[in-house]
Every structure is written in structure tokens, then in C-alpha cells.
Design a protein around this ligand. Structure first.
Ligand code: DC
Length: 227
């Protein structure tokens, strides 16, 4: 299928399977995939290592200046690196998940991440996932998808992901973290999580990857008149 040079924006709640879906879509259509949440996670890890965030998630104003020297980039395999160090595993830990939402609510952090996202998106042919891609980062994206799934399914997915990485979380802790993040992400002042008016909703609680791919393929064919 010959897909035009568009931006595909995928937003939605935590652990709805946005990144797995976005990666598969990118592979299928020969697009670049970009995980915007990874950048917020990278900034959070940086703030923790530099002791610029307290235990209860209060961010020090010094983070704004410190960000000027922070080098976050993706390597050839799409893994996030901080300078020479690959931090893909650390940014997925419970410690980072527990503090990423307050960090992502800070306006200058959002501006710093947005600048990077705009650079990546300039050439089109990109699938980007996050919370505000279709509403704030690329409001003109030609295809917007808003993903949802039941809380039970999302918590189980996140739990399985953590266990597969060697962590031993409690299911209640995972549920609690999901609820807190959903709340902060959708109630913050700057670019809160919400469905763009022109986004197509995908509830994948009971869908396989094949079904998800068939769904988006049908959507693209219909929207762009591709046979
Ligand atoms: O998708 P994720 O769970 O890796 O995202 C981590 C956090 O980053 C999430 O709690 C909200 C924030 N985020 C955001 O505010 N805007 C984005 N575009 C992507 C993520």
C-alpha cells in the first residue's frame, strides 16, 4: 500500500498499547517511529540522577537551566540515549513511571520536548505516539488516532511488561500508578491529554495486533482514497 508522506499522531491513556501499535504501523508502511513519552521519561531520569526532583515529585526550578546541557537522542535501533549511555531500560522502571507525570506537567519541560519532536517531524512519514501529539504538537497531522482500553486490560499489560523486565511490582501498585498518571496527564494546565475532535478512536481491549493493523489499513485506504 502506497501511503502518502503524512504524520500519524497516536495519543491515548497510559498502557493502551500505543507504542507497540505505533511501531507496527511504522514497520508496515515504512515510516519512522517516535516515542515522545520516552523523552519525558529521559528528562525524569535526568532530574532524578541530578537530584532535581524530590521524593514527592516537586521539580526544582534549576532543571530549566540544566536542560540546556542535556543530550537525549535515539540510536539506530530507536532506543533512548543520554549522551553515550543507552537508558532505554532505566526509563521504563517503576521509579521513573512514578514521577514522569509531574515532570511532564512542567511547561518548560514540554517546550524542550516539543522542540525535539518538531525537528523529528519536519520530514513527514512519521508515526509519533504520546498524549498531546494530535492536539498540541502536530495539530495539523493528517491522521490522528486516540487509543483507549479498559483499566483492567491496561494494568495487566503494564504488569506483564514490568515482570518481563525482571521487576516484581504489585498489581495494585501498577493500577494506582496508571490512575495517578491518567489523572495528572488529563488535568494539567499545559497540553492536557484529550481526544482531538478529528481523531479516530481505537478501543483495543479485545483486539489482536492483526485486527488493529487491519483497522488502520482500512482507515488509511478510506481517508486517502487508496485502493
Ligand atoms: O507513554 P508513556 O507512558 O511512556 O509516557 C510517559 C509520561 O509522559 C506520561 O505519563 C505522560 C507524559 N507524556 C506527555 O505528557 N505527553 C506526551 N506527548 C507523551 C508522554
Amino acid at each position: 500500500m502506497n501511503v502518502p508522506d503524512i504524520i500519524i499522531a497516536i495519543d491515548g491513556f497510559s498502557s493502551t498499547g500505543k507504542s507497540s501499535f505505533a511501531k507496527k504501523v511504522a514497520r508496515k508502511f515504512g515510516f519512522l517511529y517516535l516515542d515522545s513519552g520516552a523523552l519525558y521519561r529521559g528528562v525524569t531520569l535526568f532530574a532524578q540522577e541530578e537530584r532535581l526532583i524530590s521524593q514527592i515529585g516537586i521539580v526544582s526550578p534549576s532543571l530549566e537551566t540544566a536542560l540546556k546541557d542535556l543530550d537525549l537522542h535515539f540510536d539506530g535501533e530507536g532506543r533512548l540515549c543520554m549522551g553515550p549511555r543507552c537508558i532505554e531500560q532505566q526509563i521504563r522502571s517503576m521509579e521513573v513511571s512514578a514521577q514522569v507525570s509531574p515532570v511532564a506537567a512542567v511547561p518548560y519541560v514540554r517546550a524542550w520536548v516539543d522542540e525535539k519532536l518538531h525537528d523529528f517531524g519536519r520530514k513527514g512519514r512519521i508515526v509519533m505516539d504520546g498524549r498531546d501529539i494530535g492536539t498540541a504538537v502536530f495539530p495539523d497531522a493528517q491522521l490522528k488516532i486516540f487509543m483507549t482500553a479498559s483499566e483492567e486490560v491496561r494494568a495487566q499489560r503494564r504488569y506483564d511488561e514490568l515482570v518481563s523486565k525482571g521487576e516484581q511490582p504489585l498489581l495494585e501498585e501498577v493500577v494506582q500508578n496508571l490512575r495517578e498518571r491518567d489523572y495528572i496527564d488529563s488535568h494539567r494546565e499545559t497540553a492536557p491529554l484529550r481526544r482531538a475532535d478529528d481523531a479516530f478512536e481505537l478501543d483495543n481491549s479485545d483486539m489482536s495486533f492483526e485486527e488493529e493493523l487491519a483497522w488502520i489499513q482500512g482507515l488509511i485506504q478510506g481517508k486517502f482514497g487508496i485502493l
